[in-house]
Structures are given as C-alpha cells and as structure tokens.
Ligand binder design. Structure first.
Ligand code: 5GP
Ligand code: ZN
Length: 128
C-alpha cells in the first residue's frame, strides 16, 4: 500500500459502514470469516437466505476491481459457496443467486464491494 492508499483506507475505516462492520465497530450477524472476507446477514433480506460477502479491504465496487484483487475476488467466491453450503442451499439440490450491483441503474447503495448470496426460495428471471 502506498501512503495515499493508507490514508484512504483510514478515511474509509471511519466513514464506510461495511469497513466499520469489518472493524467490529458496528454490529452485524456474521456467518463466515476468512483472511480476506467477512460475511454477514443483510439487514433487509430479499429471501430466506440473504448474506453479504465483503472484502476486509475497502474496494468501492465491482467496476474498481483489477488484477491486483484476484486473490480477494477468489476468496469472495469461495466464501459465497461456503455460506451457501452452510445455509443448506448449496449444490446439487438447491442453488442460489450471486449478485454484484454496480452503479445507480442497478441500485447499488453501499459503496463498499459486496457479493449478495440470495437463496432459500425459487427465483424468477429476469430480475426487476
Ligand atoms: P446494494 O444495493 O448496494 O447492492 O446492497 C446493499 C445491501 O446492504 C442492501 O441489501 C441493504 O439491505 C444492506 N445493508 C445496508 N446497510 C446495512 C447494514 O448496516 N447492515 C447490514 N447487515 N446490511 C446493510
Ligand atoms: Zn469500506
């Protein structure tokens, strides 16, 4: 991390709600932890299972990802699979939806990257 990155990380730790959950400063129902990720239940669930997998490191959104985040992204996908299995919606019998909302048209509301793990009911396509 450069000194500028360090400053930005410190700013985010005080202002970003998901950074504050990662830091243990705001409460959340945590269901999974790894070196790179934290997963907790969405406060306003859209389905019986609705968990958010976030990187411990502040990343703005999926459009801000680059090759330097390869390890973090892989860890997020592995965490999502482990959450789904632990919640009883894993393969082969059930299934789930993984969503990154990016930008205003997709109604992205929290500017800290998060992967929605949604399941526990049959879903329709296309999404609204
Ligand atoms: P987005 O719309 O940005 O993709 O998703 C943000 C999600 O974060 C929403 O589903 C919203 O319910 C959830 N959320 C917002 N604030 C909090 C919070 O403080 N705690 C938890 N657990 N979830 C939150
Ligand atoms: Zn953050």
């Amino acid at each position: 991390m450069t000194p500028d990155d360090q400053d930005r990380q410190e700013d985010n730790e005080t202002s970003c709600i998901f950074c504050r959950i990662v830091a243990g400063e705001l409460p959340a129902e945590v269901v999974h932890r790894s070196d790179h990720t934290l997963a907790f239940r969405d406060i306003n669930p859209a389905a019986p299972v609705h968990v958010l997998v976030v990187p411990r490191q502040h990343v703005e959104n999926a459009a801000a990802l680059g090759a330097e985040h390869a390890e973090v992204v892989t860890a997020m996908l592995a965490a999502a699979r482990e959450v789904a299995e632990a919640e009883g919606i894993g393969l082969p019998d059930r299934g789930y939806r993984l969503v990154f909302n990016v930008g205003p048209d997709a109604l992205n509301s929290v500017p800290h990257l998060h992967l929605h793990v949604i399941g526990g009911r049959a879903m329709t396509w296309p999404p609204g």
